[in-house]
Design a protein around this ligand. Structure first.
Ligand SMILES: Cc1cc2nc3c(=O)[nH]c(=O)nc-3n(C[C@H](O)[C@H](O)[C@H](O)COP(=O)(O)OP(=O)(O)OC[C@H]3O[C@@H](n4cnc5c(N)ncnc54)[C@H](O)[C@@H]3O)c2cc1C
Length: 467
């Protein structure tokens, strides 16, 4: 296993589970470049606080993360977002405005809440109301988020809601982000119902009253763990024990007869029957190298964005008015210096001692990459300015931590699906080898777990056949 992010850990754990259930002797070695296991999942404890330095939630409706948590014996640790603060806000004209009820990423299921909302202009509302009458495009070709949303719902929906909500997830440029690769359910709604609004209404009807009241990224459907998402990699690491070698960078792999020779940074090497590479695509390209030139080239074409997370702890009394919502996103059109903000201790219980509120800002991404050039102190100062303007908090934080994530967010640009299909075709020709990770078919934690577990199953099947 190359790469100790959630994909590699989930794959290694699945290999162990499968080998045990088949009573198959199997030695798994997981090689991770850094000293930290879990990749973008990193929860830290400090002075009674729990800070999420990277990912902080996972979607409940994709079952893979929940199921893994259960298999790891952590089910009792699962927590939902706090219902009393479950509201999605978006910055509009320098103020936080609630995303209308029933609005899902880019479109509303119902028109009533849109008409009452201050988020859109009268013309913008009229354009949204026309969506069911816009002819569907059914040619099946990949389209950008910007093109899809503008075509169906108008520019205002793109600029005010779809760009910031997608930006909060993909840190991407909506003009380049592939809607087909990132939000295929909306493309499917257009194909099936001729309208995204009609499609959302159908989904809402099917879900029943329980879905009503959700908005934006449907945050009520997000889950975490009491001690933070970092509990997942920690639990897998404890189960895998001595099989993990951190601070070990893989340089290259080389096919020798029926085996792989895995070369480490520093010159040492080892042999393996099979290799799963769950490092980012650019690292996989370099590991595969010239011997697999076409595959390496395709992998190298997947571009990445950088981001940073700033965590802060404030005294509750320092907020002039108590915050009512646990999170907000910031349209690029607002010209501010953060992509999104959340009040993490209002989002999940157990994050801060009584009398304190923790806040988190997401910074950088493709559209604000210049922020990544700032020093930690300047980044904190910028985030404090934004929190002062948007949340009214001017007191100095008791704790402030910046965690940078360089080249961490794979960009699913238009053409991504074709590129991934080609990568999968080329990788399938290499014996006892598989690729997995956020670069390919989903960046979310459950997607990564699904991808890791699927390649584990494939490799176990191949290794068993070969014996
Ligand atoms: C700041 C941030 C916030 C996010 N928030 C959320 C969220 O709230 N919910 C959600 O569902 N998703 C979120 N995501 C996305 C999700 O967390 C990631 O897509 C996912 O964790 C990626 O997992 P991975 O294992 O595929 O890759 P990574 O986590 O990138 O792991 C790859 C690992 O490979 C290692 N590696 C690289 N090269 C080598 C080498 N040569 N040899 C050995 N090891 C190597 C790296 O050190 C790394 O540990 C977030 C991502 C980021 C960056």
């Amino acid at each position: 296993m190359i790469g100790g992010g959630i994909t590699g850990l989930a794959a290694a754990y699945r290999l162990r589970e499968l080998a045990a259930s088949r009573e198959m002797p199997l030695e798994v070695t997981l090689l991770e470049r850094s000293a930290h296991l879990g990749g973008a999942l990193e929860s830290i404890r400090r002075e009674g606080f729990i800070f999420e330095n990277g990912a902080d939630s996972f979607l409940a409706e994709k079952p893979e993360a929940r199921e893994l948590v259960t298999r790891l014996g952590l089910e009792a640790e699962l927590i939902r977002t706090r219902a009393e603060f479950r509201r999605t806000m978006v910055v509009r004209g320098g103020r936080l405005v609630e995303v209308p009820e029933g609005f899902s990423l880019m479109a509303p299921a119902r028109l009533g809440p849109i008409l009452a909302s201050e988020l859109f202009s009268p013309l913008g509302k009229l354009r949204i109301a026309l969506e069911p009458f816009i002819p569907a495009r059914r040619d099946g070709s990949e389209e950008s988020l910007a093109s899809f949303v503008t075509r169906r719902l108008g520019r205002e929906v793109l600029d005010r809601v779809a760009q910031p909500l997608a930006g909060g997830i993909y840190t991407a440029d909506p003009e380049r982000l592939s809607i087909t690769a990132t939000m295929p359910r909306f493309v499917e709604m257009e194909r099936r119902y001729g309208s995204v609004c009609k499609g959302l209404r159908a989904v809402e009807r099917a879900r029943g009253a329980a879905a009503k009241g959700d908005s934006g990224a449907r945050w009520s459907l997000f889950l975490s763990l009491r001690s933070g998402v970092g509990a997942i990699p920690a639990a897998i690491a404890a189960k895998l024990g001595g099989s993990i070698r951190s601070a070990t960078e893989v340089r290259s792999i080389e096919r020798q007869g029926d085996f792989w020779r895995v070369h480490f940074d520093g010159g040492a090497s080892e042999v393996a029957d099979a290799v799963i590479c769950a490092a980012p695509a650019f690292a996989a390209a370099s590991i595969l190298g010239a011997a697999n030139g076409r595959l390496a080239k395709c992998l190298g074409e997947i571009s990445y964005a950088s981001a940073a997370v700033a965590n802060m702890a404030f005294r509750e009394a320092d907020f002039p008015t108590p915050p009512k919502s646990f999170g907000f996103v910031v349209p690029i059109a607002e010209r501010r210096r953060i992509i999104a903000g959340s009040l993490s201790s209002l989002k999940y219980e157990n994050r801060a001692p009584a009398g304190f509120i923790t806040a988190r800002a997401f910074v950088g991404g493709v559209l604000q990459n210049e922020m990544m050039r700032q020093s930690d102190d300047d980044m904190i100062a910028a985030v404090r300015d934004e929190f002062r303007a948007l949340l009214g908090i001017s007191a100095a934080p008791q704790i402030a931590i910046v965690r940078r994530w360089p080249d961490s967010m794979p960009q699913y640009v238009v053409g991504h699906l074709a590129r991934v299909a080609e990568i999968e075709r080329l990788a399938a020709q290499i014996p006892a080898f598989a690729l997995a990770g956020a670069a390919y078919r989903g960046v979310g934690i459950p997607d990564c777990i699904r991808g890791g577990e699927a390649v584990a199953e494939k490799i176990i099947a191949q290794v068993s056949e070969g014996r």
